[in-house]
Write a protein that binds this ligand. Structure first.
Ligand code: NDP
Length: 306
């Protein structure tokens, strides 16, 4: 079995930054990139708040650059998903989806978070046939059509604004009578003429036929049930942390976020560190994820060199 000195799981800003720092510290890091190399940012259009880019940068471009930097510094980046972990003793044992096993002296978990769905049967049925959790990936298919975005947070507003540039009309399905999003994002959607907010509404069912989504049945708080005609149904209701594989060993909070020790990236298992969205229910920004990846590599270096 291959024994890896510093194993990093997750190819997002946290994982790549950890790989950059661990390479420069001669820890010979190996990083498994998971299902979506580049992570959630690859599904974003322009990022205007990552420092150092005066005019913003595309999400994919930013991740490509971080990845290339990690490779140039010597990190061993591999495709593969870790599907099982035994963290009961060191070296830790990890099983990949290919069935291959590796062991690790130090482990950095940077597996990020995944989009949430409502859990409706009809939503599952039409996933990929009009139901999507990524407007920037799939919005292109709905040029001049009508679509809906579920949610009232920053993501929902961002996705609705993005879709409004492509689609004829964008409904926002919001379950309360307020948006959770920041004031700037609220202003943007309120000032976009082809976005209509459907307040106090929950989705009962996604409607469709063999061609895919054709509508959604909504229930308003006052009891009214009504249908909207749409071709695309986009979810933007938050994310859940990808910690399941490790949760038998690593302590998590009620929502599954890995608990780290104070300002460090240390988990309750000595030699296991967590970085990025998998341990951050609060900030969830590219720049905070990158910073926590740096912390995790420095913590792993200290641990390995003791
Ligand atoms: P949030 O958790 O902030 O918002 C989720 C939204 O979905 C809320 O409006 C919530 O409603 C709604 N919702 C949740 N569950 C359901 C459900 N079952 N049915 C209907 N509606 C539901 O998630 P976001 O992904 O928007 O944002 C996550 C974090 O990332 C935030 O901190 C945000 O500020 C940040 N972010 C920042 C951006 C930027 O700075 N450019 C861009 C995107 C995100 P309710 O309000 O009623 O709970």
């Amino acid at each position: 079995m291959e024994n890896i000195k510093c194993l990093i799981i997750g190819g997002g800003p946290a994982g790549y930054t950890a790989a950059i720092y661990a390479s420069r510290a001669n820890l010979s890091p190996v990083l498994y990139e998971g299902i979506q190399p580049g992570g959630q940012l690859t599904t974003t259009t322009d990022i205007e708040n990552y420092p150092g880019f005066e005019n913003g940068i595309g999400g994919q471009a930013l991740m490509d650059a971080m990845r290339a930097q990690a490779v140039r510094l010597g990190a061993d980046l591999r495709r593969g998903i870790v599907s099982k972990a035994d963290l009961s003793s060191r070296p830790f044992k990890l099983t990949l989806d290919s069935g291959e096993e590796v062991s690790a002296e130090a482990l950095i978990i940077a597996t990020g978070a995944t989009a949430k769905y409502l859990g409706l049967e009809s939503e599952t049925k039409f996933r990929g046939m009009g139901v999507s959790a990524c407007a920037t990936c799939d919005g292109f298919f709905y040029r001049n059509r009508n679509v809906a975005v579920v949610g009232g947070g920053d993501t929902a507003c961002e996705e609705a604004s993005y879709l409004a540039n492509i689609c004829k009309k964008v409904y926002m399905i919001v379950r309360r009578d307020v948006l959770r999003a920041s004031q700037a994002m609220q202003d943007r959607v309120m000032n976009t003429p082809n976005i209509e907010i459907l307040w106090n509404c929950n989705t009962q069912e996604v409607l469709g036929d063999l061609s895919g989504v054709t509508g959604a049945r909504l229930l308003r708080k006052d009891g009214e049930v009504f249908d909207i005609a749409i071709d695309g149904f986009f979810l933007a209701i938050g994310h859940h942390p990808n910690s399941e594989v490790f949760s038998e060993w690593v302590r998590t909070d009620g929502n599954g976020y890995i608990i780290t020790d104070g300002k460090t990236s240390r988990t309750n298992v000595e030699g296991v560190f967590a970085a990025g969205d998998v341990q951050d229910p609060l900030y969830r920004q590219a720049v905070t994820a990158a910073a926590s990846g740096c912390r995790a590599a420095l913590d792993a270096e200290k641990f390995l060199n003791i």
